[in-house]
Design a protein around this ligand. Structure first.
Ligand code: SF4
Length: 200
């Protein structure tokens, strides 16, 4: 998919549900978060059901997303959540590769798919190569970590794909964050939260 800016050439886009400029509950340090729109995995008691529809959210140009990240000088990293981010593996890899080239932000990726499954997908190896930490596997409510510890359910894995972080960086993360945006929109996020409420 691509969009054509007025008088410009088409650029790659991602189907995105929401963007949060500041979070402390989606990985180590202060992070921006992008929630990808669309997920076919249908986990029972999905904690982000509003993100399953692949036609929901908005198409946002990768250049626009990179610009928003570059405007946040004091964040440590970027977290990609969903929805199922690997449904858009190739354009998402393009975003993360651009982030790698232009910033020193760390990248944390959530996926309901396993690392092996992602690697076998078109664009999957590129996606993994641009990721520092992958939290993989489907959310299973029967194995949910009720105390807010990572990962959200015990069947998931926190996989360190680079040496940027260790498990100790995930020991004391807040389980829940609630933000009230300037327009009054409430965003709840974190392992104990229910995802993002507002749309981009
Ligand atoms: S992977 Fe996430 S968004 Fe998709 S069905 Fe499971 S809990 Fe819901």
């Amino acid at each position: 998919m691509s969009v054509v800016p007025p008088g410009g050439t088409p650029g790659p886009v991602l189907r995105v549900h929401d963007f949060l400029a500041e979070s402390y509950a989606n990985g180590p340090g202060k992070r921006a978060v992008i929630w990808m729109q669309g997920c076919p995995l249908a986990c029972p008691r999905c904690w982000n059901p509003g993100l399953q529809d692949p036609g929901g959210g908005r198409a946002v140009g990768i250049e626009s997303l990179v610009g928003r990240l570059l405007a946040l000088p004091d964040i440590e990293g970027l977290t990609i959540s969903g929805g199922e981010p690997t449904e858009q593996a190739a354009p998402l890899a393009l975003l993360l590769e651009t982030v790698r080239r232009q910033t020193d932000l760390s990248v944390l990726l959530f996926s309901g798919r396993t690392k092996a499954r992602i690697k076998a997908m078109a664009g999957g190896s590129r996606l993994l190569a641009a990721t520092d930490v992958l939290v993989d596997g489907p959310y299973d409510h029967r194995l949910a970590n009720a105390d807010g510890a990572w990962p959200a359910s015990a069947n998931q894995n926190i996989l360190f794909l680079t040496d940027r972080y260790t498990i100790f960086d995930f020991a004391d993360l807040p389980g829940l964050e609630i933000f009230i945006r300037p327009d009054g929109t409430i965003v709840t996020t974190g392992i104990l939260g229910v995802g993002s409420i507002a749309c981009l």
